[in-house]
Design a binder for this molecule. Structure first.
Ligand SMILES: Nc1ncnc2c1ncn2[C@@H]1O[C@H](COP(=O)(O)OP(=O)(O)OP(=O)(O)O)[C@@H](O)[C@H]1O
Ligand SMILES: [Mg+2]
Length: 412
């Protein structure tokens, strides 16, 4: 009879291990193991613990409380040495131990009843990765040597799955990190190629453009009085050449032939100066500017002109995407990552950036405003300037779904 019962339990264990192997994460595996341990294998109170980075300690995972409810116990951490049974198992004197009549305790160590208790090593085939503990506090059915065998088997099945899932998770994290670094390398390589090309082309084109501009100015003076049509044509040429010049200037900035001049600056003041330079556009498109500046913000070592250029680029992007008016919010604050950082968030209430182009906005010459005067260098230059300051920039859609949030971080 007992053998038949054991065999049935083995079949259930097999089914459970199949189900557990499909859980998507270590966290879900641990939770589900306790759920199924109770519902399918008939365990009474149980809990799972894993060996900490410091092997003298174990940390909680999931367990069943004194009322039979499953709870997360990941905040719990105790020394293995405090439990003589666990100590014996950790010394690999046994894989599991049954104590037939002992005080049963809660997580704080307080006795909450008397009964039988089994502790089994969660064994992954190579080492003990944790402990599974079960007792009869809730149903009071005494635990037997058969139960001990079975708990040991379950703990070992669970241990194998646990290690597999952990390795899977570590592998996935490593892959994601690798992918991120690869993307950064590709981006850096692109920038280098474009940077080289840009400076070459810009230098070649800059001087001829200057000569053309001088020529236009000279001719404009000559034909002024006599011929209105010729004068209008020259003015159009002048505007076109100026535009070409602006692009060349952008390319030169991008290729960093210009050196940075670092001085200590108040970021709030830099932002005010940049706002002043786009005040015409702000007025023209009825943009409401909301400033949430942190008072007495620590100074940052930056190139004032370049930093102004960064803010102008971001403000113009925001303004360009709010042609019927909207709100431009600028917030400054400090934060601590691995270093103290001075930050600025710039938010607009425009349409936001479609998800499929979000990862392209920093690409050189990427623009959705080609016919509207966009060159697609604004954010490329912005990012390069921020990187030269060893800062950080992120562009994302706002959580409320209305508009874009650009976050800048400068080192204090
Ligand atoms: N605030 C914003 N709202 C919506 N889309 C934006 C915003 N900022 C940037 N973008 C998108 O990112 C693209 C690239 O921006 P970027 O500033 O590099 O170039 P651009 O504004 O098109 O041209 P320019 O070189 O004149 O700045 C834009 O064309 C636009 O599609
Ligand atoms: Mg732009």
């Amino acid at each position: 009879m007992a053998e038949e019962h054991f065999e049935k339990k083995l079949r259930v264990l097999h089914e459970i291990s199949n189900e557990l192997s499909l859980t998507p994460s270590v966290h879900d595996l641990c939770c589900r193991a306790v759920e199924l341990g109770r519902s399918r294998l008939g365990f009474d109170r149980m809990s799972t613990w894993f060996v900490d980075k410091d092997p003298k300690y174990i940390v909680g995972s999931f367990g069943v409380d004194e009322k039979g409810r499953i709870r997360e116990e990941t905040e719990e951490r105790v020394a293995i040495g405090g439990d003589p049974v666990m100590k014996q198992i950790s010394a690999e004197k046994a894989h599991s131990i049954l104590c037939p009549d002992v005080p049963l305790r809660d997580n704080s160590g307080k006795a909450v009843g008397q009964g039988s208790h089994i502790i089994a090593a969660i064994w992954n085939g190579k080492e003990i990765v944790g402990y599974l503990s079960t007792d009869n506090l809730l149903k009071h059915v005494p635990l037997t040597e058969h139960d001990r065998d079975f708990v040991e088997l379950f703990a070992s099945t669970f241990g194998h799955l646990y290690s597999l899932k952990r390795t899977e998770e570590e592998l996935r994290a490593a892959y994601d990190r690798l992918k991120e670094v690869q993307d950064q390398l590709v981006q850096a390589a692109k920038m280098e190629v474009v940077g080289g090309l840009a400076s070459g082309v810009a230098h070649e084109v800059k001087n001829p453009l200057a000569i053309i501009l001088q020529g236009i100015d000279y001719l404009a003076k000559k034909v002024k009085a006599k011929d209105e049509n010729s004068h209008a044509a020259l003015m159009r040429m002048r505007i076109a050449v100026k535009k070409a010049n602006a692009i060349i200037k952008g390319l030169l900035d991008f290729s960093f032939t210009t050196k940075l001049d670092f001085t200590s600056q108040d970021l709030n003041e830099v932002i005010e100066a940049a706002l002043l330079l786009v005040s015409y556009e702000i007025g023209k498109y009825h943009i409401e500017v909301v400033k949430e500046f942190k008072k007495d913000i620590p100074e940052v070592k930056i190139d004032k002109n370049k930093a102004e250029q960064v803010f102008i680029n971001i403000f113009l992007n925001a303004i360009n995407h709010m042609p019927k008016g909207g709100q431009l919010t600028i917030r400054t604050y400090t934060t601590v990552t691995d270093k103290k950082m001075v930050c600025a968030d710039i938010e607009d209430t425009g349409p936001g950036i479609p998800a499929n182009i979000l990862d392209k906005v920093f690409d050189p010459f990427f623009t959705t405003r080609r016919g509207l005067g966009g060159t697609g260098l604004g954010l490329t230059i912005t990012k390069s300037i921020i990187e030269m300051h060893k800062g950080k920039i992120t562009v994302e859609n706002k959580k409320d779904g209305h508009g874009v949030k650009v976050s800048l971080m400068f080192k204090e």
